[in-house]
Design a protein around this ligand. Sequence first.
Ligand SMILES: NC(=O)c1ccc[n+]([C@@H]2O[C@H](COP(=O)([O-])OP(=O)(O)OC[C@H]3O[C@@H](n4cnc5c(N)ncnc54)[C@H](OP(=O)(O)O)[C@@H]3O)[C@@H](O)[C@H]2O)c1
Length: 258
Amino acid sequence: MSKLTGKTAIVTGATSGIGRATALLFAEEGASLVLTGRRRERGKAVEAECRQRGARAVFVEADHTQSADCVRVVTSALREFHQIDILFNNAGIVTQGTAESASEADWAATLALNVTAVWRMCRLVIPEMRKVGGGVIVNNASDWAVVGGKGALPYAASKGAVASMTKSMALDHAHENIRVNAVCPGDTFVERWLEKGYFEGSSPVTLEAAQAESAAYLPMKRFGRPEEIARAVLFLASEDSSFVTGHLLLVDGGNTAQ
Ligand SMILES: NC(=O)c1ccc[n+]([C@@H]2O[C@H](COP(=O)([O-])OP(=O)(O)OC[C@H]3O[C@@H](n4cnc5c(N)ncnc54)[C@H](OP(=O)(O)O)[C@@H]3O)[C@@H](O)[C@H]2O)c1
């Protein structure tokens, strides 16, 4: 028996990176999947990859900064699969800047997706989880939720808020068998990193250049892989973590142990 057989999971931001890797692993573990993101072509491709693994999967094109889109994701999940057992709040953006240099627009955009959308999705799924006797929420925070993030103030602030929401929701809903945890990845290589302009002042980066840079500061001398974060998310989403709630699970190759 697979770890998620009979479960329905929503994975937000499943079109690439950690979200895609988690969707594929959940598919292998027997979950029915609702996948979201703004890039339709990529979402349909991940939907197909999940189906190839034997899972029922549906991609719902959605911008999670829009309240109506969040509602549509949840109603689509209920229409397709009739219940929601797992929510992986993964969609997120990274923005740069210090207190002085961060722009109003970046601050607003970062909090709208990384914080407000997480709350919105939780608010929508918790009543559905209650109806089926419980559920699991996993929020994607960051190692910068627990230590400072140099030069990325809006992002670090947003992930600190995710950590705080995770613990608060865990307390609010523990009595109704709804567990709420966060995965806190360290630097994890995703293809987005190769996009022009992703790193302030150095664009585009190559994988080789990024790896060389990482060796200078990461204990394991390498970045994480999306699949390694996905396995931690599976642990938190499955019965393997049945007595774990309000936890921030660092998956950072020891970076924050330094
Ligand atoms: N990679 C790392 O080193 C690292 C470290 C710590 C935490 N994280 C967290 O991991 C999560 C996933 O990031 P990633 O590294 O896997 O990068 P990614 O490949 O860029 O994934 C981000 C996902 O979020 C989606 N997204 C962005 N804006 C959205 C919006 N407005 N509405 C709906 N979906 C949206 C993207 O899909 P569309 O573009 O199709 O909308 C994409 O699927 C984020 O929360 C990030 O903060 C990553």
